[in-house]
Each structure stands twice: as C-alpha cells, then as structure tokens.
Design a protein around this ligand. Structure first.
Ligand SMILES: [Zn+2]
Length: 135
C-alpha cells in the first residue's frame, strides 16, 4: 500500500508540514518554500511523522491525519510531535530506509539494462549473422 501523489488533497487536508515553521508541503522530503529547511536524517523522520506517511500502511488513518495536520498549519509542531512515541519513530525510520533503498536499486537496474541493451542487441545480430553464414 502506497500513498500516491494525488491522495489526501481534499479541502481541509494537508499532506505534510514543515517541522520547523509549519508551512504546508506536498511531500515530507520536499524543501520548505517558506523557511528553506531541507529535511534529512532525523529531521526527515520527524517530517515523515508530520505527514500522511505517518500512516503509510493505513489509508483511512492517513485520511484522518490529513485533517489533523491541517490544524497545525503554520504553527509550532512540537505538541504534535511530542505525542508520537519513540517506537513509532523507529518504525518510520525503518520504513524510510526501505522505501529509499528499493527504488534506488530498481533505478540502478534500469540504467544497467539501458546501458547494455544496445551491446546485447548488436551481439545477438552478429551471432545470428555468423550462424547464417556457417550454413
Ligand atoms: Zn519551513
């Protein structure tokens, strides 16, 4: 189950908030347009907790959370973040490291295939020609 680009965009819903200034963002990993915070490391875990991805595996909870987040728009997120338990942050940390590694692997594999495909095609054509000439 993945949260899509177009999910949780109803009126009164917010997908993600900047953990530093509370500005609304589309994705937790986006750079904040207001205060320029680019969340990485622990900031990214916090930013994920302050986004619909907190409930990445439960779409109905994510839907409710999008309304909850709207109440914190442009506000200090400390009260919100302080309600999130350490083990939930750990769960998000694990999910983030999986989510950021798997697509990278897939992209690398795709690049490898694109790089070597012409060579493979040429080798196949030469092989076919040689087989034909031997007859
Ligand atoms: Zn900000």
């Amino acid at each position: 189950m993945a949260i899509g680009q177009g999910d949780f965009l109803e009126d009164g819903q917010v997908r993600a908030l900047c953990t530093q200034c509370g500005a609304e963002k589309h994705e937790p990993f986006d750079r904040c347009e207001k205060c320029a915070l680019q969340p990485v490391g622990d900031d990214l875990i916090k930013a994920t907790a302050a986004s619909v991805y907190r409930h990445f595996d439960q779409p109905s909870k994510a839907d409710n959370y999008a309304y909850e987040l709207a109440a914190y728009r442009d506000k200090d997120l400390t009260p919100l973040l302080s309600t999130i338990a350490d083990d939930e942050f750990d769960r998000l940390r694990r999910w983030l490291s999986e989510a950021t590694q798997a697509p990278a692997l897939a992209a690398n594999f795709g690049q490898l295939v694109r790089k070597f495909l012409p060579i493979l095609l040429i080798a196949a054509i030469i092989g076919a020609l040689l087989a034909y000439l031997k007859h």
